[in-house]
Structure formats: structure tokens, C-alpha cells
Design a protein around this ligand. Structure first.
Ligand code: CMP
Length: 139
């Protein structure tokens, strides 16, 4: 069982396609309270810092170029078992493998344009939340 907070990003293509509202609605309906929320933009360097764990992987350049290509929505979400349940809600990284009804199945276009990011552990949820939000920007 994971802790009670996770972190998400609605990625540039989903923002561009006007999916912020529908995706946040699915998140709310799954029982999450939004504890922090902002529309922002990552520079290429900031995207490389955020995804540092993937540095050196073949998709790193594409991933960080894409993530710095447009506006994103960053959010901290709260609910019991937040990390594990959110990963179920968003579905597999590759939308072709995501279960029906998941956010990625509905809104993602491809593995790299996969609509949303979700933290993979409690530890990373804290690190990623702190990357985007100060104490004053959350409740
Ligand atoms: P995300 O949850 O944001 O975490 C890392 C991202 O890297 C992932 O979603 C995908 O968008 C991307 N990614 C992971 N594996 C691959 C891959 N094999 N090819 C392309 N992109 C990938």
C-alpha cells in the first residue's frame, strides 16, 4: 500500500488538445483531492533535470524535447493508496497496452505522447512534488 499523495503532469499534447478538464474530472471522480495545481512550462534543461533518472536511455532526447515543447499542468493529488491507485487509473505507459477506461487509453496518442505522468513511488512523489511546488502553493 502506498502513501496518501502522488504527483502528476498533464503533458503538452493533452493540454494542447484541450483535455485538462476531462482528465482532472476523471482524477476527481477517482476520489483524489487536488492539493496543488499549476499550468507551467518546462525549459529543456528543466525537463532533463526532472527526467534525470532516464538520462542515457534511447528515448531521453525525444522525451525531454516533447516535455519542453508546450505548456503542462502539474498537480499534487491526495487519496489513500495514492501512487498505486493513480497508476491503475492512468494505465500502462504504452497506451496500446493500457486497459479500457484508463486515462492513457482514452487520451494518449503514443508511448512518448502518453497524456499524463504519474509518480512510480512515494519517494518520487515527494521529490517530483517538491520540484514544482513550494509550501505556499499547496494546502
Ligand atoms: P512518464 O510516466 O512521464 O515517465 C517517463 C516517460 O518516458 C514515460 O511516461 C514515457 O512517456 C516515456 N517512455 C518510457 N519508455 C519509453 C520508450 N520505450 N519509448 C519512448 N518513450 C518512453
Amino acid at each position: 500500500m502506498s502513501g496518501n499523495q502522488t504527483f502528476t503532469i498533464i503533458k503538452p499534447v493533452a493540454v494542447k488538445n484541450n483535455y485538462i478538464g476531462p482528465i482532472l474530472k476523471m482524477i476527481n471522480e477517482a476520489g483524489y483531492t487536488i492539493k496543488a495545481l499549476k499550468i507551467t512550462h518546462l525549459t529543456k534543461n528543466k525537463a532533463m533535470e526532472f527526467y534525470n533518472v532516464h538520462a542515457g536511455k534511447p528515448f531521453f532526447e525525444d522525451l525531454t524535447s516533447f516535455m519542453s515543447s508546450g505548456h503542462i499542468v502539474a498537480a499534487i493529488l491526495e487519496k489513500e493508496n495514492a501512487v498505486d491507485d493513480f497508476r491503475k487509473l492512468i494505465g500502462a505507459t504504452d497506451p496500446a497496452k493500457a486497459e479500457e477506461g484508463t486515462i492513457r487509453k482514452i487520451y494518449a496518442e503514443s508511448m512518448s505522447h502518453n497524456a499524463v505522468h504519474g509518480s512510480d513511488s512515494d519517494e518520487n512523489a515527494v521529490i517530483e512534488s517538491d520540484f514544482f511546488f513550494s509550501k505556499m502553493e499547496r494546502y
